[in-house]
Design a protein. Structure first.
Length: 223
């Protein structure tokens, strides 16, 4: 992996659109979207050393440690497709994880080029989250009101009719997740602001408008 490969982070509460925007940035800039869940599943499926450790932990019902996640991320960053840069979606979530990530990147001469905070209003998140669903075929995200499929029940991208909704995408659980976000993850905004890597993007507008603003941030951060 090239030492200059850019690393970007998307920060924001549940429903802010991190996954959707990360996929759009991936298509527009050639960056690789890396989400913690996908990384864990891929490592387990591949049977890597870190993946075996993660599988054992998950099968016991425990949470995968930061150490294991960092080990899996290290393996993934070394793969050829990450040479153009990556977007981290869902990691880090805490200051401890952010420090561990900094240490990992320092080993390869990299740094966080930009940590983008998607600025949203908590009150709007309930509406956003409760209406979202995902294509089980390709992972494309949709929303009942903000981003419906062209043909009801059919994915615009791959044509699958396997539409899925998370059981915890409801008002009560969203409120709990927002509370957890503010307690654990929001302090990362100050962490990256102090490091001079923070960029703020208004994420209350239309998806394409947010994508354009994000694209401008990425272009600036990767040149």
């Amino acid at each position: 992996m090239k030492p200059t490969a850019p690393v970007l982070i998307l920060l924001g509460p549940p429903g802010a659109g991190k996954g959707t925007q990360a996929r759009m940035l991936q298509e527009r800039h050639g960056l690789v979207q890396l989400s913690t869940g996908d990384l864990l599943r891929a490592a387990v499926a591949a049977g890597t050393e870190a993946g075996k450790r993660a599988k054992a932990v998950m099968e016991s019902g425990d949470l995968v440690s930061d150490e294991i996640v960092i080990a899996i991320l290290r393996d993934r960053l070394a793969e050829p497709d990450c040479a153009k840069g990556v977007i981290l979606d869902g990691f880090p979530r805490t200051a401890v994880q952010a420090e561990a990530l900094d240490d990992l990147l320092a080993q390869t001469g990299q740094r966080i080029n930009a940590a983008v905070s998607l600025e949203v209003e908590d009150a709007a998140m309930v509406d956003r989250v409760s209406g979202r669903f995902t294509c089980g075929g390709c992972g494309e995200g949709y929303h009942d009101r903000f981003k419906p499929t062209d043909k009801p029940g059919t994915c615009d991208k791959c044509g699958s009719t396997d539409m899925q909704r998370r059981a915890d995408d409801n008002a009560a659980t969203v409120a709990q997740r927002l509370q957890a976000y503010h307690a654990q993850t929001a302090p990362l905004i100050a962490y990256y602001e102090n490091a001079g890597a923070l960029a703020r993007v208004d994420a209350m507008g239309a998806i394409e408008e947010i994508a354009a603003d994000l694209s401008a941030v990425v272009s600036k951060a990767t040149t």
